[in-house]
Design a binder for this molecule. Structure first.
Ligand code: COS
Length: 411
């Protein structure tokens, strides 16, 4: 049986997140967007009421919420302001590899830091020359006795300028492509520098920075999982977090849909509210469908995780559809507002700018299509022992990578 009924706890959480978005985020969201200021006050409040670190297990001080609950929260925060929502949710991206591959001691120490105080962590995968193509990274980690020494720069790092620790992916075997990447937890110290804060088109309340590791030494026990298995850890992490990103995108689309619907009922042209003109009414109808369908895919991708199933395919369906829909819906919302939609005094142009990043970060919409195409054309059992690479595999992979766009992502 398929049942879309939320539990009482999930309904309460959604209400909590909605009220927070309505009272704490919405009234200031457009100011933060204009000024590009850092929303520390909102972070403190969100942490206080339990809207951050929601997937951290109780053993490490978190609430250990299910993935569907996380998506409900993300939709509400995205509805409030997706830039602030991204800021609040980025700890989840940094924590996921730790939760999957960290030792008990590492989890206690670093997840505990996030749940004891409103501290932040960042996920460091992307580099200037390694966006969609993760295996092209140049950052290195060299084992020296009981330490690793990390060197390299990571770009487009969410919350990078304010993070207390980082999940860093680095080459431990430069010749081995994706099989030579390892993941580490790296605490902030003097060898970690924040080189650049980006001035962005949208989501201007979120901090996006370049972070450089200069001979940064970390204890060997900060390795996450096995050495040279970091690529899979990154892919598993994205399977975990893409449903939440899809939730944020649904929130943006819903906000744009609501603004446009209201406006279309108030704005009178040719003697009637513009909602009475079929051209406008059909745009509103399409917005409603996209919000609804995006939410259903988002929920499904989260529920699969909650059931302990692999969600790679559905997470990419959800992420790409919700992100593309958020873009389409926000562009149409500007259209419904007409000339006013282009003016900053009105709310929808911000949503249009914010929506763009949803098609870029955590894997572009083109990368999601690449994952979907591979999953439907050539499904792989990733838990099975490693197969010998066949010529056919090589040919198909080569053909797909030729089609893959070299677009960059934001971490
Ligand atoms: N879970 C576990 N393992 C996975 C996996 C998943 N979801 N997806 C792929 N793998 C494994 C594969 O099974 C393969 O394993 P073997 O080494 O045993 O063969 C390995 O990882 C490499 O997979 P693949 O051949 O598909 O890797 P590609 O280099 O072709 O890259 C894409 C695949 C493009 C999908 C990947 O690099 C990607 O997602 N890029 C976008 C990165 C991104 O989102 N960046 C944003 C920054 S983070 S905010």
């Amino acid at each position: 049986m398929v049942d879309f009924t939320l539990t009482d706890e999930q309904k309460d959480l959604r209400e909590l997140a909605h009220n927070f978005a309505e009272k704490e985020i919405r009234p200031v969201a457009w100011d933060y967007d204009r000024d590009g200021t850092w929303p520390q006050e909102i972070i403190n409040k969100a942490w206080e009421v339990g809207l951050m670190n929601v997937h951290v297990d109780e053993a490490y001080g978190g609430p250990g919420l299910d993935h569907l609950s996380g998506c409900l929260i993300e939709e509400e925060l995205g509805w409030g302001c997706s830039g602030i929502g991204t800021t609040l949710m980025a700890n989840g991206l940094a924590s996921a590899p730790l939760m999957i591959g960290g030792s008990e001691e590492t989890k206690t120490k670093y997840l505990g830091m996030l749940t004891e105080e409103p501290k932040l962590a960042s996920f460091c995968l992307t580099e200037p020359d390694a966006g969609s193509d993760v295996s092209g990274m140049r950052t290195t980690a060299v084992r020296k006795g009981d330490k690793y020494v990390i060197n390299g720069s990571k770009c487009f790092i969410t919350n990078g300028g304010y993070a207390d620790w980082f999940t860093v992916y680095a080459k431990t075997d430069k010749e081995a492509g994706h099989r030579g990447i390892s993941a580490f937890v790296v605490p902030k110290d003097d060898t970690v520098t924040v080189d650049k804060k980006e001035d962005k088109l949208g989501q201007r309340a979120s901090n996006t920075a370049t972070i450089t590791f200069n001979e940064t030494e970390i204890p060997a026990e900060n390795l996450l999982g096995e050495e040279n298995h970091g690529f899979k850890l990154a892919m598993q992490t994205l399977d975990f977090t893409r449903p939440g990103v899809a939730g944020l995108a649904v929130g943006i689309a819903r906000a744009a849909f609501e603004f446009a619907s209201e406006y279309s009922k108030e704005r009178v042209q040719f003697g009637v509210p513009i909602a009475m003109h079929q051209a406008v009414a059909f745009m509103i109808a399409d917005m409603a469908t996209k919000v609804e369908a995006g939410r259903l895919l988002t929920w499904k991708s989260a529920v699969l995780l909650d059931q302990g199933q692999r969600n790679t395919l559905v997470a990419s369906h959800a992420k790409r559809f919700a992100a593309d829909s958020a873009m389409e819906v926000t562009v149409d919302a500007v259209q419904v507002y007409g000339g006013y939609g282009f003016i900053k005094e009105y709310p929808v142009e911000k949503l249009m700018r914010d929506a763009k990043i949803m098609q870029l970060y955590e894997g572009t919409s083109q990368i999601q299509r690449l994952v979907i195409a591979r999953e439907v054309l050539m499904p792989r059992n990733i838990d099975a022992p490693e197969p010998e690479t066949t010529k056919q595999d090589t040919d198909v992979a080569a053909a797909q990578s030729e089609q893959a766009p070299a677009t960059a992502e934001v971490a």
